[in-house]
Design a protein around this ligand. Structure first.
Ligand code: GYE
Length: 349
């Protein structure tokens, strides 16, 4: 179908819902930094004066295994964790897994050997964690999941999971699209750039989106492939989508970075992002919000990376033997182009 025909409707709807939703952020850290370039897990230790103790005046030691440095979201998340640990006086042993599960398993084993007080990690994929988490349990070291979940039924393997509701994020993306095309009488061709295969956000953002768009049989996903949450892959996969399909109406990208890469491919193909192809992404990092403010992304679902303060609170509570809820959900909203323009000057990441 011709997207130009529905554009006025899209713009009008965007203007009408300017005040309907907004971000629920905890401003505490900026972007930038992060990453390392070796292949194995690289571990750094940071200490700061004063702060929280694990008894007898000893500082709390937290081993944290990060996914990698694949996206702007991840960079902001890493900064938030490092800053919050320093502010809470927690000694942080930080390890970057370069998007590889085997590196995370190695890092967790090394934290067990070092007898850290608490282990936290953001699991790159959902499955395959039972063995190593049982080792941590046997060693008496509590584990906190942050950002991404695991798919084990054994809830005794971790104390709590702090992070977003990714299914709801997918639904938010779907609901917006459903509304835009509610009067469509012809098929609407959607292409999807999925996050890392097997990761919780890729699985859940897909499921939530599909659950909602199912309501309108005109909305159909004609191609769906992983772009591994990176700009480079997002661009590459979008190029192949554009070659294979001449009538793409909508792009749904599971994060801003893949969406930004795809925008480059769309422009290189002589098309106008946000007009010829309607674009929806997830994260709402600064670069994504900038593209939304310029009208290149039509709708961004927010996913808050600033999990550091909540994580450090949970670490201290666990060490002090206080009760911690099994699930801590981060609050977040969504932005149309107009809302992104208004919110941009106040974004912290
Ligand atoms: O959306 C993406 C990052 O797990 C929520 O990982 C996180 C996702 C985020 O690479 O940009």
């Amino acid at each position: 179908m011709n997207v130009r025909k529905i554009l006025p409707i899209v713009l009008l709807a965007a203007c009408l819902i300017v005040t309907a939703c907004g971000g629920g952020n905890q401003p505490s850290s900026g972007g930038g930094g992060g990453g390392s370039d070796s292949n194995g897990p690289s571990t750094q230790s940071t200490e700061s004066g004063g702060g929280s103790s694990s008894g007898a005046g000893k500082k709390i030691v937290l081993g944290f295994s990060q996914v990698g440095a694949e996206s702007g979201w991840r960079t902001a998340n890493t900064e938030s964790i490092k800053e919050a640990a320093a502010a809470a006086g927690i000694e942080l042993k930080f390890s970057d897994a370069q998007q590889k599960q085997e590196n995370q398993i190695k890092a967790i084993r090394s934290f067990i050997q070092q007898k850290v007080d608490v282990i936290a990690f953001s699991p790159v994929v959902e499955s395959g964690w039972e063995t190593v988490l049982r080792e941590a349990k046997e060693a008496g070291i509590p584990v906190i999941l942050t950002d991404r979940a695991i798919d084990s039924d054994d809830e005794s393997l971790y104390v709590t999971f702090i992070g977003s509701d990714f299914v709801e994020e997918g639904r938010r993306a779907g609901r917006w699209l459903l509304e835009q095309f509610k009067d469509a009488t012809e098929p609407v061709n959607i292409v999807e750039l999925q996050g890392t295969t097997g990761s919780a956000p890729a699985i859940d953002r897909k499921a939530g989106f599909e659950e909602v768009i199912r309501e309108n049989p005109n909305l159909r996903i004609i191609a769906s492939q992983t772009g591994d949450f990176t700009r480079a892959k997002g661009k590459e996969v979008m190029q192949s989508f554009l070659q294979a399909h001449k009538d793409i109406d909508v792009l749904y990208a599971h994060n801003d970075d893949m969406g930004l890469g795809a925008i480059q491919a769309i422009e290189a193909a002589g098309l106008v992002p946000g007009k010829d192809i309607i674009i929806i992404t997830v994260d709402a990092i600064r670069d994504g919000m900038q593209a939304a403010a310029e009208g290149k992304i039509n709708f961004i679902v927010e996913c808050n990376p600033l999990l550091g303060p909540q994580l450090m609170e949970a670490v201290i509570a666990v060490v002090e033997g206080r009760e911690v809820p099994k699930r801590i959900v981060t609050e977040e909203g969504a932005f149309t182009s107009e809302e992104a323009k208004a919110a941009l000057p106040y974004r912290k990441y």
